[in-house]
Ligand binder design. Sequence first.
Ligand SMILES: [Zn+2]
Length: 442
Amino acid sequence: MIPEGSYVTTMLDGTIKQINPLTGTEVWSVPGRGAKPAPNVEQPLAKRLEPRPDSVPEDYCNFCESRYWATPAEKARLIWDGRSSRVLHRLLPREVRQTVALFRRIPNLFEIVTVDYWKKNYAYQLSSENRAWRDRYLADPDGRAHVMSIIETKLHHLGRTPEEVARIPEPEKLEMADAFFGGCHELIIARRHFKPGAQFDSELVSSGELCPVEHEAYFRFTVDAVEGIYASNPYVRYVAVFQNWLAPSGATFDHLHKQLVGLDGWGSHLRAEIETLRRRPNLYNEAVVNLAKYSSRMIAENDHAVAFADIGHQYPTIAIFSKSRHLRPSEHKPEELRGVSDLAHACHAAAGSGISCNEEWYSAPRDSIDRVPWHIYLKWRINTPAGFEGGTRIYINPMTPFELRDRMVPRLYELRLLGKIRNIRIAEECSIEPNVLQFYRA
Ligand SMILES: [Zn+2]
């Protein structure tokens, strides 16, 4: 076991050596090295957008409102009537234009873990509910045409010529449609691509550009989708949730979306954490949050969550931990989920929409009895690896945790003053009380 004092070492030249308490990853922040981000500034390369009235649905990418038919059939949508939100499930094509979707839940056209994987390795079959949904959609003439056109697009992207696509018998094509009705790789897509009235293509709607209420709805809708994947596939042991923002983070479109991937394992990161937890039951307090408090890395806190500049990551990373004793996001009470969402939203808003960022969720897998609190990492993708990581397993992060904290804190004060973020205590307003995470209480 590594003593807490050894996780962070400041060398005489200012190099900060860090070891991630959960995974053992070794990282150095070397002063004066590498790129520094420039958040919240007008980007010099931004291009002017064609003016368009707000009433015209956007069509900048395949996730935009006017291109619903470029993506597979929607599994659910969240609508907003001005006072409260409601979720509609499994609409038919003719119903899609009757409401405006604030967020949509759709299958990913190119699955990481395919429906074929589940069928061939686990004898997976579509649930009766999903079979009924597929049959109803295909029985609708517009629905069938939509499905066939998406399958043809997919085959085209996979390198088949139009002649080859035409020769594939219809039953074989329809078999591929199971990915759209019972696949376990899904997207949650926000409504807007650009901010209303945007003049430049840098004015994207990021997580931080949503209002806190919308962000909370986005989180809740995502949590429901995780449960939907567990419910439809009994072989899924864990659902990975992540958000890639802008191209350096791996995003295909600059249009806000989260991804959910059902997995038959926990992934190496979570497994490493859980192995450490089994040796050290108060791990997440002792080695993570207490240490962040004692070493002045706190960024923000509210009654239900904490956010701090984390150590031992390849990229500058803000960690957000739920304080709740309820482990999985779906087990959180509404106010607890709101607390976690509010801090994540505030941290995105303070970073600004110009910073490429991965948001990664971690929580107790379905088949785990380990007491893992829900935690989220926001990783700023501002650096490229230094090149020697492969040989040394030492990663170079261009920003120290303290620089990251100092970049966030003044911006959070500003945003709170502007009323753009809510439910937040910032930096020195955070408590220094130890053991604020309640995950260990069964
Ligand atoms: Zn778009």
